[in-house]
Design a protein around this ligand. Structure first.
Ligand code: THU
Length: 143
């Protein structure tokens, strides 16, 4: 049951916590760590990387997701975990939701998403679709 807390979420959480230390966020001082789990148990990490030219900054989620897609192109992404320092109950930004949605659409399998602040404040979304209802979908382009 990926929507409930289990040992796999605990492992993914710890890898996301480690990833926070890879964050480069001297402008916002908001450090985000991410870890995503592939179908074979492989875990990929991501952290936000900022730039003095602010719009060039990249979210932790997209770094982890794109790493997974390029390094493990044939594997389904099952779960993703994000957290921040200072800790807050952050949810993926709109751009990351759109990217998550398209990966889910491509692989035809849901990605469960854990947004974690602490052991009392976290939420597991069952899919990217649940975070972005009525999303702009690739299917709209292929009429
Ligand atoms: N950030 C993420 O890494 N993921 C999100 O979903 C929201 C925002 C980063 C981008 C920027 O480096 C910092 O958090 C503040 O917006």
């Amino acid at each position: 049951m990926p929507h409930r807390w289990d040992d796999t979420w605990q492992t993914l959480l710890e890898r996301a916590q480690q990833a926070i230390h890879l964050s480069y966020a001297p402008y916002s001082n908001y450090h985000v760590g991410c870890a995503c789990l592939l179908e074979d148990g492989t875990i990929l990490q991501g952290a936000n990387v900022e730039n003095a030219s602010f719009p060039l900054s990249m979210c932790a989620e997209r770094i982890a997701l794109y790493t997974a897609l390029i390094q493990h192109p044939a594997k389904v992404i099952r779960r993703l975990c994000i957290l921040s320092k200072p800790s807050s109950l952050l949810t993926p930004c709109g751009a990351c939701r759109q990217v998550l949605f398209e990966i889910e659409w491509r692989q035809q399998a849901a990605i469960s998403i854990l947004c974690y602040k602490d052991s009392k404040h976290y939420h597991i979304y069952p899919s990217a679709h649940s975070l972005l209802p009525d999303a702009f979908s690739p299917s709209i382009l292929s009429r």
